[in-house]
Design a protein around this ligand. Structure first.
Ligand code: ZN
Length: 188
């Protein structure tokens, strides 16, 4: 497997702002740990982040959030990308829609995706749907994703497992897979 680590919407808006998940702060350290391991094993880290125009359709449902150029649309300080990380901006739920993510992953020869971030039942779920549609192997890191509440979180995890064949793993298990993949591909 050639994996990439996807970090979805770990923005000020969703961790501390108007659409914050109460569980978001609890997953930051697991995501940080995964990013550190990805860096040291040559696994691409791709941030997929909301970056809305005020006219975006989705704002009719959720209200204004993560508006392009606003402080709320910034990735939280703890997960600030390094130069080698890739940041793709999105204007709807899925990290694949109008972002060029599929082409980027093909350029990187990536076949396997580790999904992290928020919210489990919205942007993580819709990114997983497109990942399935495009034929990627999907791992959802269940202690590195969060929703508004436990019910939505569990529902979405179950849905992704049953409907997209996503494997639900812990951050520690993801780290072991990253290490194993690096050994196979000869990355450091
Ligand atoms: Zn949005």
């Amino acid at each position: 497997m050639k994996p990439a680590l996807l970090v979805i919407d770990m923005l000020q808006e969703f961790v501390h702002g108007r659409l914050r998940s109460p569980c978001a702060e609890g997953i930051v350290s697991n995501i940080k740990n995964l990013i550190d391991h990805a860096h040291s094993h040559g696994v691409p880290v791709i941030h997929l982040v909301d970056n809305h125009l005020p006219t975006d359709h989705e704002l009719n449902i959720w209200g204004p959030h993560a508006i392009k150029g606003s402080p709320e649309a910034k990735i939280i300080d703890e997960l600030t990308p390094v130069e080698s990380d890739l940041v793709l901006f999105k204007r709807s739920y899925s990290g694949f829609r109008d972002t060029g993510l599929d082409a980027l992953l093909r350029d990187l020869s990536v076949k396997t995706l580790f999904l992290t971030g928020i919210h489990t039942h919205i942007c993580v779920l819709h990114t997983a749907w497109d990942a399935f549609y495009y034929g990627y192997d999907i791992y959802v890191v269940k202690d590195a994703v969060a929703a508004f509440n436990e019910e939505d979180h569990r529902y979405a995890l179950n849905y992704m497992e049953k409907t997209y064949g996503a494997k639900l793993i812990t951050a520690q298990e993801a780290i072991e897979l990253i290490k194993a993949a690096a050994t196979k591909t000869g990355s450091p």
